[in-house]
Design a binder for this molecule. Structure first.
Ligand SMILES: Nc1nc2c(ncn2[C@@H]2O[C@H](COP(=O)(O)OP(=O)(O)OP(=O)(O)O)[C@@H](O)[C@H]2O)c(=O)[nH]1
Length: 832
């Protein structure tokens, strides 16, 4: 039959081969007409008129040409599958990279803005609120937060604007339903909308993290699927499922193909489970059957996954009703020459699967089996005597929908008397059940007698002509079909997933670009405010230091001066003291000492009060400075806590007996003067004592020493009395003078004034420092916050740049891979 495609214009086999390889391997730049018989579409029109056979074409040439075609087909298939395998690997690695990227950056997947239900709005509002609350969660006073929000505006549009800008930035990710739906409609395998019940739930209500997780899951599934496809494309064998009505002769047919009595056949329905016949070379050349309970878990190299059954005992297992086995893997050797072998012929290894006859119980299982991707060809065996039963029709009808072409074997044809009528009736049934199969009936429908095939070992008897032809067509059909069943799904999946990667990457590239623009413009717009903030911070730190130091120094100087003055004028502290008289002079002295001490202490207290006021005033200045720069905040420092513990020192003056006499015995005139003083007081005339003494001195010089001696004694006596009188009468003032002198000396010796001034200044400095620190901390927080925001923006910009670069690479790779996948032609296959 292959000859019908050949030599119409007398083309040589080699030029035919080259044309065909170019064409079938997808080199679509070359002339599409590889058969040289006209337009390509003509080749595939099932209703085409068959070209007339060349009378010169002999059967031998046909066979030879068929074999040549098979080899070429094999070469083309190998080329296509190698290319697809590479492209599958490449695509898988692109998806793996995307998974990794999704883990780091979160791949963007658009959401729909127009809420379809209340939840969407609530969710969007919540997101916006969460974003705006980021600032509110800062570890600062509520009042400060409020003001920082307010102030940040004056600092050049920081947090509040950023929050709005962030919202705007994120909102641009939320699309109108039309745009998002348009985006999603472009997605095939990576569309994240999931079916919940009878409705499609979209991802709007999901948080970005959930979308990321969903996408991750989808990408992982995609990689697993590609791995499965890869395995299938790399697998050189094809699976042929043989099914049909009960007792139609399926097992007999499989044996006829194998030219061996492998599967048991019986007049009564006997096949109770699926039997897959495979080449024994796969099983290290050992002929045996593996009875499998769990097909998914079956592993030939793990004997725990199956029971071994000798081939000669197969019958018992196969006919066993209620068998626990779901599948029998029958490894057998095809004793024919390699090129004649069906199971292992160097071109395509075929595994034949015999199935239980169709009835109401088995139809479902068989239909599921037939639908499996790994089934390359479905062969339906129908008994020529019974035609299609109801189960057979149902199966064929469904299978035809899935696989389009079914290979139909009408068996037991030898038992039919009116063969033409039988053919006509059965073909009519096929026309109704599977029009595609009917259209190719010449190749796909075979009337044979499988029971007539000689299975005798070493027999050289040729197969009946019809069966030989069936065999040739079946091999060709398997070869043709594996392009459809193996390569087409691979190609389609790759095209879908690559298209999705392209769509997703374009959208992400666009988003990353928007993010980059946004981050860059935000940084640029914020720069002056940031610089102002930094300058203000440095300035304010200096200012605080200066204001506080000026205040403290002023306070210390003032305290010192005032205390010195107070000491200087300490006599005024006793001016109002009542003198209790000579007899209580000791008590009076005590009172004088106390008064002076109290007076100084009072001054210290007054200075402390002043220091509080002054400190309060300075705190106010610092606070005002702070609020001007970072907004209102509460003052935490309390000046009332200053000087809570009394640290003033009382000046103690020890009262001694000498404090009552203010006479200097070292002075040569002292005693005399005191006596005279007393005398003059006694005489009622008070004159300067020194003047009197010097007058006497002058007189003695004039009158001579002898005369002086003569009247000196009475004078001295008189003076003594006077002295006593004077001392007694001056005792109050003597006490006051002496104690004042002692007090001043004590103040001076103890450095009291300096000490107290220093203490007052230190207390003020301490309080001011707390306020200064508070402001510095708050300021630093504002700076840190701004710097964090800026560094986040920079990171965002960097990430956006990285994302743009990454997605543009994905776009390039996906485009390249896609065009290579498209170039693999899986539509047109050569009919062998
Ligand atoms: N006359 C004739 N009998 C055949 C032919 N092929 C099979 N048979 C007989 O039909 C009966 C059933 O054959 P099987 O191969 O067991 O049929 P089956 O479809 O595998 O049966 P189940 O798997 O049990 O449904 C057997 O007795 C075969 O000898 C044939 O071409 N001609």
């Amino acid at each position: 039959m292959a000859a019908q495609y050949l030599g119409a214009k007398g083309s040589s086999a080699s030029s035919f081969t080259q044309q065909k390889i170019r064409h079938l391997s997808g080199d679509q730049t070359s002339t599409p007409d590889y058969f040289g018989v006209g337009k390509r579409s003509e080749i595939w029109n099932p209703h085409r008129e068959q070209p007339a056979k060349s009378p010169a074409t002999t059967g031998a040439t046909n066979v030879q040409q068929h074999r040549l075609n098979v080899q070429q087909e094999q070469q083309i298939f190998a080329d296509k599958s190698t290319r697809l395998l590479e492209l599958l690997t490449k695509t898988s690695s692109v998806i793996s990279d995307l998974r990794e990227f999704n883990g780091r950056h979160m791949v963007y997947y658009p959401k729909i803005a127009a809420a379809t239900n209340g939840t969407d709005h609530v969710s969007l509002q919540r997101q916006a609120l969460e974003r705006s609350q980021t600032l509110i969660n800062l570890p600062v006073e509520p009042e400060l937060k409020r003001h920082m929000l307010k102030r940040s505006n004056s600092l050049g549009g920081t947090e509040v604007e950023q929050t709005h800008a962030q919202n705007a930035s994120d909102n641009h990710r939320i699309l109108t339903s039309d745009v998002a739906n348009a985006f999603r409609s472009k997605l095939n395998v990576l569309n994240l909308d999931v079916k919940v019940g009878h409705q499609m739930a979209n991802v709007n209500s999901l948080a970005q993290e959930s979308i990321t997780a969903l996408l991750e899951e989808r990408l992982a599934q995609s990689i697993a699927h590609i791995e499965k496809i890869h395995k299938r494309v790399a697998d050189t064998s094809s699976k042929v499922l043989v099914t049909g009505d009960l007792n139609a002769g399926k097992s007999t047919f499989v044996n006829a193909l194998l030219k061996r009595e492998i599967l048991p056949s019986d007049q009564q329905p006997c096949t109770s489970t699926f039997c897959e016949v495979l080449d024994a070379t796969i099983n290290d050349g050992v002929e045996q059957a593996h009875a499998v309970r769990d097909v998914a878990a079956y592993n030939r190299t793990d004997p725990s996954t199956y029971d071994v059954i000798e081939l000669r005992h197969l019958y018992k297992t196969v006919i066993e009703e209620d068998t626990p086995y779901k599948m029998l893997k029958v490894y057998t050797t095809d004793r024919r020459q390699t090129e004649e072998s069906l199971l292992h012929n160097g071109v395509v290894d075929i595994a034949l699967i015999d199935s239980p006859g169709l009835n109401t119980d088995s139809i479902k299982t068989t239909a599921v089996f037939a639908r499996q991707e790994e089934i390359d060809v479905v062969v339906f065996v129908v008994s020529a005597e019974n035609h299609f039963t109801l189960s057979g029709k149902e199966f064929l009808w469904n299978a035809a929908n899935e696989k389009a072409h079914i290979f139909i074997v009408v068996n037991r044809f030898d038992s039919i008397r009116d063969k033409e009528r039988c053919k006509r009736l059965i073909l009519e049934q096929i026309r109704q059940l599977s029009p595609a199969t009917y259209a190719d009936a010449d190749d796909l429908v075979h009337f044979v007698s499988a029971g007539s095939v000689d299975l005798e070992e070493g027999s050289h008897k040729l197969d009946p002509e019809e069966f030989a032809r069936l065999e040739e067509r079946l091999r060709a059909f398997v070869l043709e079909n594996r392009v459809k069943s193996k390569l087409s799904p691979a190609k389609n999946y790759l095209l879908n997933v690559l298209s999705d990667l392209h769509v997703l990457s374009e959208s992400n590239h666009e988003e990353a670009n928007k993010d980059l623009q946004h981050a860059s413009s935000e940084l640029e717009a914020d720069k002056p405010a940031y610089e102002r903030l930094l300058a203000a911070r440095d300035h304010i730190f200096d200012q605080i230091e200066r204001i506080a130091e000026d205040s403290v120094r002023g306070l210390q100087t003032l305290a010192n001066t005032r205390l010195d003055t107070a000491v200087e004028q300490i006599e005024s502290a006793i001016s109002n003291l009542e003198y209790p008289g000579l007899f209580l002079i000791w008590q009076y002295a005590q009172d004088v000492a106390d008064s002076m001490a109290h007076s100084l202490q009072k001054e210290v207290k007054a200075l402390e009060a002043y220091a509080k006021d002054k400190t309060h005033e300075t705190i106010g200045q610092i606070h005002e400075l702070g609020t001007t720069e970072i907004g209102e905040y509460s003052q935490i420092v309390d000046v009332d806590s200053m000087f809570l513990k009394s640290r003033d020192r009382r000046i103690f003056v020890e009262i001694e007996a000498t404090d009552f006499f203010d006479i200097d015995f070292n002075d040569k005139f002292s005693v005399l003067s005191v006596s005279l003083g007393a005398a003059t007081m006694v005489g009622g005339r008070v004159m300067g004592v020194k003047n009197v003494v010097s007058s006497i001195w002058n007189v003695s010089n004039v009158v001579g020493v002898t005369n002086v001696r003569r009247w000196m004694v009475p004078v001295m006596g008189f003076a003594g009395v006077g002295l006593v009188v004077y001392v007694v009468s001056d005792m109050r003032h003597a006490v006051e003078r002496k104690l004042a002198r002692k007090f001043k000396a004590a103040v001076k010796d103890s450095n009291h004034n300096e000490g107290q001034s220093y203490r007052i200044a230190r207390a003020s400095r301490k309080t001011l420092r707390v306020e200064g620190w508070e402001l510095q901390t708050r300021f630093q927080k504002a700076v840190d916050q701004k710097e964090k925001m800026r560094s986040d923006m920079v990171k965002k910009a960097q990430m956006s740049e990285e994302a743009m670069k990454y997605f543009s690479n994905v776009i390039t790779t996906a485009t390249e891979v896609r065009s290579k996948v498209e170039a693999v032609n899986t539509q047109e296959v050569c009919k062998l």
